[in-house]
Design a protein around this ligand. Structure first.
Ligand code: PMP
Ligand code: GLU
Length: 399
């Protein structure tokens, strides 16, 4: 018997972040003393008032279908959030609530791509963007950036990447995996190019609250009505409120796009979990103080991690200004022998490191950055210290 699989399905690679996380968790379950820096998932617990709202919803029997695009009360809360945090006016019919921001992104690409349409993705990129574009029959086009330029592209680079087939640009500021943040001025220029060329911006703003060193988050949709109409903002509660498992993400866009995304979602999944929607209202409308507590902890961890990495000969990294990842440069390690194996790429580095030092990092290959590996500092300081102690010994060949 031969089992048929579609060309499209076969072209999709699995998520390397989730694969590393699964490997780490299974090693841990076997009793291996492994330290994990794989999936970017806040180690903090979901704040108590959010959990209580969900428990109340269960007890009150709020356990039925809601409208497919999300309950009106949540869409109103999302509108209040955009007004309060971003100075943006949206109405509930412009909001679609989905099963995590990942799902929001899939809906967005499905809504705007025809077969062969190009979507520009600046590299390094978050692992899922190219695969999502392919799932929507689009073609990912990579726009390379370098560490010397803070992993940012210029509008000149962007203009060169635009063709007659360009449908959209993915913007992710603060960025996963590099932690870079575009300034207001830079975003304004990008918005102008997008409007001139009539291309959509998929603006993934999921790390907007995790921003450091006095940087401020600006949404590209704020630069006028034209760019607002061309922008699909992606956001969610996973990172800001330590709610990764609840699976609530949302989009804000022109109402016509929202309607199409809502139709797609109504067939694919129906509404996101009703209880998690109630919890998301509590998150968005409730006290916001926990965010600051987490943000301060992330700054402390980032500073320690960056200093330690840069103190180890052969390794280096730039200081990220947002999110909770560090891209570690391993250029000077490549081609060298470690523990009987010549390391030629980021996958091999991550592999030997996990095997020898029991430290799980994500290879840069999945992010379009072969000479890097990614750390997540959304884990305890104790783990961070231990992970760095181990990598230091690993590099000094003392294991
Ligand atoms: N965008 C980026 C850049 C991310 O890092 C993540 C992390 N999972 C997501 C979107 C999706 O978040 P979620 O599906 O958990 O809401
Ligand atoms: N976004 C996180 C990461 O990059 C979580 C894992 C995932 O959804 O891919 O690690």
């Amino acid at each position: 018997m031969s089992l048929f699989l579609s060309k499209k399905a076969l072209s999709i690679s699995p998520s390397s972040t989730l694969a590393i996380d699964a490997k780490f968790k299974s090693m841990k379950a076997k009793g291996i003393d492994v330290v994990g820096f794989g999936a970017g998932e806040p180690d903090f617990d979901t704040p108590a008032h959010i959990k209580e709202a969900a428990i109340k919803a269960i007890n009150e029997g709020f356990t039925k279908y809601t409208p497919a695009s999300g309950m009106p009360q949540l869409r109103e809360a999302v509108c209040r959030k955009f007004k309060r945090d971003n100075g943006l006016d949206y109405s509930p019919e412009q909001i679609v609530v989905s099963n995590g921001a990942k799902h929001s992104l899939v809906n967005a690409f499905m809504a705007i791509c025809d077969p062969g349409d190009e979507v520009i993705i600046p590299a390094p990129f978050w692992v899922s963007y190219p695969e999502m574009v392919k799932m929507a029959d689009g073609v990912p086009v990579f726009l390379n950036t370098s560490e010397e330029n803070n992993f940012k592209f210029t509008v000149e680079d962007l203009k060169k990447a635009i063709t007659a087939k360009t449908r959209a640009l993915v913007l992710n500021s603060p960025s996963n995996p590099t932690g870079m943040v575009y300034s207001r001025e830079e975003l304004k220029e990008i918005a102008e190019v997008a409007v001139q060329n009539n291309i959509y911006i998929i603006s993934d703003e999921i790390y907007e609250k995790l921003i450091y060193d006095g940087m401020e988050h600006t949404s590209i949709a704020t630069f006028g009505d034209e760019i607002k109409d061309l922008t699909i903002i992606i956001n969610g509660v996973s990172k800001t409120y330590a709610m990764t498992g609840w699976r609530i993400g949302y989009t804000a866009s022109n109402a016509k796009i929202a309607k199409v995304m809502g139709s797609i979602q109504s067939h694919a999944t129906s509404n996101p979990n009703s209880i998690a929607q109630v919890a998301a209202i509590a998150a968005l409308d409730g006290p916001q103080d926990d965010i600051e507590v987490m943000r301060k902890a992330f700054i402390e961890r980032r500073d320690y991690m960056v200093d330690r990495i840069n103190s180890i000969e052969g390794l280096s990294c730039s200081k990220p200004q947002g999110a909770f990842y560090v891209m570690m440069n391993i250029k000077s390690i490549l081609g060298k022998e470690f523990y009987g194996r010549v390391i030629t790429n980021s996958d091999e580095f991550a592999d030997v490191l996990l095997e020898k030092a029991n430290v799980a990092l994500v290879p840069g290959s999945g992010f379009g950055a072969e000479e890097y590996v990614r750390w997540s500092y959304a884990t305890s300081m104790q783990n961070i210290v231990e992970g760095l102690n181990r990598i230091e010994k690993f590099i000094k060949k003392e294991l």
